[in-house]
Design a protein. Structure first.
Length: 320
């Protein structure tokens, strides 16, 4: 049983899932969303509904705040929460600019409070097991990382697919490379707006000829959430649309020195079935209780924001 009192701001599509986990852990004190319909349809205890966000932020009974509101509100809510000495869980993206991210980091250090960024896949056992097998050398020397995140989903009005979807895969890629790319290339499709990309293709260039290729699309007629690492001795494929027994596969086929494909049978890698979001929320609560630094801490969030900024600048240079 956790002893923390948590306030929550934002109860949209994903926020409802976070709300469910906070309630199941019996830590939610107050919740607010500016859409009263979201509140009435989701919140089971009317006493937990706050009149506004400021009521939660200023409450002396609340020590931690979960922010799952639209991305363009993140920075202000985080700054206000930290200024009131609250620990913060913020759903991705951290914010919409590197300048804002650095301001958040500075304040979090000054008030000595945790900023936990909701890069969910770090808490998915499929991705954890992929990294473990990669570190064990199961696919040899890492050469290429590929990430496809496609769906026919929500089209945002104030953030592009870059911040909504690509941020997940950048976070995963950086946790493997442990370094910022030296250069980026980008292509995009603007279907619903001249300013907000609906599809984006990104190539990240790292040292030692390592490449990462990302495809993010929220107007795809089919769903694909696949993350692959290709090495000199095979590949690991993490497909989050599969059932748990088939989410992670080792393909030991490889290209030899004569550029011939050496085919070998695939094998599934067993992973423990555990809801990533519940694990993520519990990790946040544990970090707050024990004053521990989470994996998806403010520094990790800054690194993701640096790469987002690199890509965003390339987008603006290329498309205006």
């Amino acid at each position: 049983m956790y002893k923390k009192n948590v306030g929550m701001i934002g109860l949209g599509n994903w926020g409802k899932n976070i709300y469910r986990n906070l309630e199941s852990l019996n830590v939610l004190k107050k919740v607010y969303d500016n859409n009263s319909e979201n509140l009435s349809k989701t919140v089971t205890c009317e006493k937990k509904i706050a009149n506004n966000a400021e009521e939660i932020i200023s409450s002396k009974e609340i020590d931690s705040i979960v922010i799952a509101s639209p991305a363009d509100t993140h920075k202000d809510y985080i700054i206000k929460s930290l200024s009131n000495y609250k620990n913060v869980f913020v759903e991705k993206p951290l914010c919409l600019s590197l300048k804002d991210a650095l301001e958040i980091k500075k304040l979090s250090f000054e008030v000595n409070k945790i900023v936990f960024v909701g890069h969910l896949l770090h808490y998915h056992n499929g991705f954890s097991e992929l990294k473990k097998n990669l570190q064990l050398g199961k696919i040899g020397h890492l050469q290429i990382i590929k990430a496809n995140r496609l769906n026919f989903g929500s089209v945002r009005k104030k953030e592009s697919v870059l911040f909504d979807l690509t941020s997940h895969d950048i976070s995963m890629i950086l946790s493997i490379t442990n370094t910022i790319p030296k250069n980026v290339e980008v292509n995009a499709v603007f279907n619903n707006s001249k300013q907000i990309a609906d599809y984006i293709n990104v190539i990240l260039y790292f040292e030692k000829d390592l490449l990462a290729i990302i495809n993010s699309d929220w107007i795809s007629p089919y769903k694909e959430h696949r993350f692959s690492v290709l090495g000199s001795k095979g590949s690991l494929i993490f497909d989050d649309t599969k059932d748990w027994s088939n989410k992670l596969v080792l393909n030991p086929s490889y290209l030899n020195k004569e550029k011939k494909i050496i085919y070998k049978p695939e094998e599934t890698i067993p992973i423990y079935n555990e809801e990533p979001l519940k694990k993520e929320v519990e990790t946040f609560l544990k970090c707050v209780e024990k004053t521990q630094k989470p994996i998806t801490n403010i520094d990790e969030g800054i690194n993701v924001q640096i790469v987002l900024d690199m890509i965003d600048k390339k987008l603006k240079e290329k498309y205006g």
